[in-house]
Ligand binder design. Sequence first.
Ligand code: NAD
Length: 300
Amino acid sequence: MTQRPNGYLVGLIGTGVGPSLTPALHMAEGRAQGLDYVYRTIDLDTLQIAPNRIGEVLDWVRTLGFDAVNITHPCKQIALAHLDRIDPAAAALGAVNTVRFTPDGTVGHNTDTTGFAHGFVEGLPDAPVDDVVLVGAGGAGTAVADALLRLGVGHLTVVDVDVDRATQLAAALAERHLLAHVDASSFDKLSVLLPAADGVVHATPMGMAEHPGIAFDPALLHPRPERSLRSDHKPWVADIVYRPLDTALLQAARAAGCRTLDGGHMAVHQAVDAFALITGITPDAERMSRHFRRLVAIPS
Ligand code: NAD
């Protein structure tokens, strides 16, 4: 419930949220749109509040006049039980990252999944998606998988070092995307899967500054010669890691002749979509992207 004309009070609830770039991103766009837009982090670690008290925290911030909050690790799933309504994409995923406090109650959304989809269409237009491999079946991988299937991926193979996790995710995806072929596989099958795929999305923490390296052998990215003859069959590699933006995987992928998409697209578009939901105003995605790329270049 906004108390100031053009005013928005928004928060980010989670653990370790202090270094997040999201507050700066939202506030700069709010200013550029002529809004009085305040965005604060609510760090459960710092406040010594257990994540399972997310329902109380949501009550508090609503009472204190927040218009909306973003929700991040480890509350994206446990927040669901404390909402009045959940939009279909978030309900399918079983996770929310944006909660709006409306006169009709609290409404949950998931802009990780819409943000990946929008970023993919923006950064890899016309990329073939008949056969895609997803490496990483955690929270972000789940949001990406749903986005890929909504984008029309015909065959999605989910791979994770935790094979049970990959199997469970593939089964859940197959249940809610009846027209697609979804299965799980193990890491040692990547040597067969990757050369035959149109593209691969990487969604593990590998490649982040604190987890350097590449999750799989980049030599597997070299396409089969008969595929590379047709430029529309150029394989693509999307990384969702965004710190750094140009990961070792993306560098290797470019060297192997692949089209690439960095994790900044998902990060920006989850913020773009959240800003639009919160304010009803379509933000300038290009301006937010330029701002994000400046912020991410500053050493944390
Ligand atoms: P998570 O911990 O929920 O899941 C990570 C998954 O990766 C797990 O299933 C784990 O078994 C698997 N894994 C870990 N190390 C691996 C390895 N070496 N090889 C293969 N699989 C491995 O984490 P998450 O929330 O899904 O986030 C994953 C990464 O995605 C983050 O570290 C972050 O860099 C990135 N991320 C980006 C955005 C964005 O907007 N671009 C948003 C969220 C997360």
